[in-house]
Design a protein around this ligand. Sequence first.
Ligand SMILES: *[C@@H]1O[C@H](CO)[C@@H](O)[C@H](O)[C@H]1NC(C)=O
Ligand SMILES: *[C@@H]1O[C@H](CO)[C@@H](O)[C@H](O)[C@H]1NC(C)=O
Ligand SMILES: *[C@@H]1O[C@H](CO)[C@@H](O)[C@H](O)[C@H]1NC(C)=O
Ligand SMILES: *[C@@H]1O[C@H](CO)[C@@H](O)[C@H](O)[C@H]1NC(C)=O
Length: 514
Amino acid sequence: MKFTVFVLFLFTHTNTLFADKPCAIRSIANQSVVCVCNSTYCDEVLRDQPAPGTFVVYTSSSGGLRFKKSVGQWSYDQTCCKLTLELDPSKKYQRIEGFGGAVTDSAAINWKSLPPVLQDYLVNSYFSENGLEYNMVRTPIGGCDFSTRPYAYNELPLDDGGLTNYTLSPEDIFYKIPMFKSILKVAKTTVHVIATTWSPPVWMKSNHNYSGSSQLKPQYYQSYADYHLKFIEKYTAAGVPIWGITTTNEPINGLLSLAKFNSLGWTMQEMGKWIEHNLGPTIRNSKFKNVKIITGDDQRITIPYWFNVMLIYSPKALEYIDGIGVHYYTDKFIPPAIFESVTLTHPDKFILATEACEGSFPWEKSKVLLGSWARAKAYIIDIFQDLNYNLVGWIDWNLCLDMEGGPNWAGNFVDSPIIVDKERQEFHKQPMFYAMGHFSKFIPRNSIRIKITEKHSILPSSLHKIAFLTPKNTIVVIIYNDGNAKSINIRNKKHKATLLLEAHSITTVEYPHT
Ligand SMILES: *[C@@H]1O[C@H](CO)[C@@H](O)[C@H](O)[C@H]1NC(C)=O
Ligand SMILES: *[C@@H]1O[C@H](CO)[C@@H](O)[C@H](O)[C@H]1NC(C)=O
Ligand SMILES: *[C@@H]1O[C@H](CO)[C@@H](O)[C@H](O)[C@H]1NC(C)=O
Ligand SMILES: *[C@@H]1O[C@H](CO)[C@@H](O)[C@H](O)[C@H]1NC(C)=O
């Protein structure tokens, strides 16, 4: 008994040493709140180990709660008719790869504009055990619109198919690699880095331009495959191992000239050929043969074309493809059932959400909207949809942007979960930051989604829900309540946990799996 008391004491003691630090709230007119981090303070949250017979609850709400933590006790379930979420851990779905954001030139430039203590706060906020525990990062190969200039590697000499002058850019050396180093130092688990090309050097392209409608010149198919392998070599040598690459960012943009920034167009026939004859063999015959090859990397609507139809033309491309990347920007118009064109036909290929942001549409006047709960909710609903359709992870876009939503050489400003105010030497954690955290922090890599069903709801309820069995043998349930405050039960066999869901709130619950 004495031993137990001693252990309990240690446990409590450790907890007080590393206590949560609450949000330093700043109210925003007509919006929810932001949490401000400055050179002396930044909020933190720890994931508590739930004791047997208890459950731990974390809540963030439109009303201004941010990871508010409480502990409850399971009791015998004698109620029959209350709104109940019933768990069935024996019914298992996909395995989770992870969650993260993007180290673009712009994110790294904003990060570097802060004093060192705030740089640490920012990286810790996303990657450490006191933060969101992100375990994935996407990064451009060369420039994208979130750069201060359009560029690629090996721009000179022209028509240098052998890539004899491939060197990293000043942006890599001074901004991105230092940010990666800082991330890899604090991350608790292995960070899986995915690299993507927006545009190769212009001499490889039909229109000799970074933007506009273009295709790869046929004589440079192999050079463009080598262009990827060289990036993997350079970043690995710089201490940043690459886990996966995608097969070009948003190829439809480059084909139809939909975006006025770095792009490269592909037809599905040409993409299939390139993967089958160039990219696939180049990666698989290299030292980096285990790097994942992720195709698609475009909006939901493209998946049946750039995967299923592409394979009709190039069936052998399939043996090189590990998974498919999907972007967020048309999700309000294209239902997630479209994923079944892959999950049902090719259950061995994963689908991963590789890019998302709010404020990107021309009709959205506020590019950065401080304190917007509506934008957090848009992320939350989308993550529920994607994970409930068997996606294996969700990667946000820029880890941080400035007050304008940039820099962006093409004027394509957008929002980010962290907005840096260089003048005031502080940064704002948006509601979207906490939206990400309710998933990323509590669904570690190799968690398995399990079945959860709603019982005794009289009307169609305003709840979104999802549940996982984690590698720590705990069950994590995440609930979004889009209605008024309400009391519900979670039922696990004969036991129930009663929760009060705040109005317009996201709640994560964790308890030991017995
Ligand atoms: C930093 O934020 C904390 C918490 O809001 C506040 O008490 C402190 O005065 C701020 N420090 C500076 C230098 O602004
Ligand atoms: C807040 O909303 C009110 C009423 O819609 C409006 O009059 C006011 O201008 C808004 N304030 C800001 C700062 O947007
Ligand atoms: C190699 O690239 C650098 C820029 O990275 C450029 O300044 C230099 O002229 C290039 N060398 C040749 C031989 O083109
Ligand atoms: C590249 O294309 C853009 C349109 O996407 C155009 O405005 C620009 O003038 C072009 N640049 C060159 C060097 O042709």
